[in-house]
Design a protein around this ligand. Structure first.
Ligand code: T46
Length: 139
């Protein structure tokens, strides 16, 4: 499983840093939704689901957190620690977000609007789905 991390270009000057993200230039899909989570309680694990078709980029714009990715064959842990790095999370990928620092703000750019029907929230159902839908360890 390849972990795809984007390193965004900061536009820095003596006032500080600015990052601009444009769909199809910096982000590989049309951005149809932005959401973010903050004030995450200690010890919490969020996510614990996959999406059938949604693609996302996760950016920890403040603080730090960890992301566990699982494509049904392999698991990887990714640290998000910088506001200029974005983790691409494809569809058919189980994700868990955890170890949030108290000041963490995790922002997500999503390729579609919110749709509960796109979620797979049961791990066994996820394994069945990826195995039936022809995904393999190249993901
Ligand atoms: C994902 C990970 C990285 C909405 O009303 N609209 C939205 O766009 C979202 C994302 C959530 N909600 C509501 C649904 C729930 O009542 O907000 C509540 C918390 O959502 P959820 O439990 O799904 O949050 P996470 O952190 O477990 O997962 C979220 C995304 O849902 C998911 O797509 O990939 O972040």
């Amino acid at each position: 499983m390849q972990v795809v991390k984007y390193m965004f270009q900061p536009h820095g000057d003596n006032r500080g840093q600015l990052i601009a993200l444009e769909e199809f230039n910096d982000i590989p899909f049309r951005i149809r939704r932005v959401y973010y989570m903050y004030d995450t309680a200690e010890g919490v694990v969020r996510g614990k689901h996959a999406h059938k078709s949604l693609e996302q980029i996760l950016i920890c714009i403040h603080g730090t957190c960890k992301i566990r990715l699982d494509n049904g064959w392999e698991k990887k842990i990714v640290n998000l620690e910088k506001p200029y790095e974005g983790l691409y999370v494809a569809n058919n990928m189980w994700r868990e977000m955890y170890d949030f620092s108290p000041d963490a703000v995790l922002m997500v750019l999503a390729s579609d609007v919110y749709d509960e029907k796109d979620y797979i929230r049961d791990y066994d159902e996820f394994l069945k789905f990826v195995k039936e839908n022809g995904d393999n360890d190249e993901n």
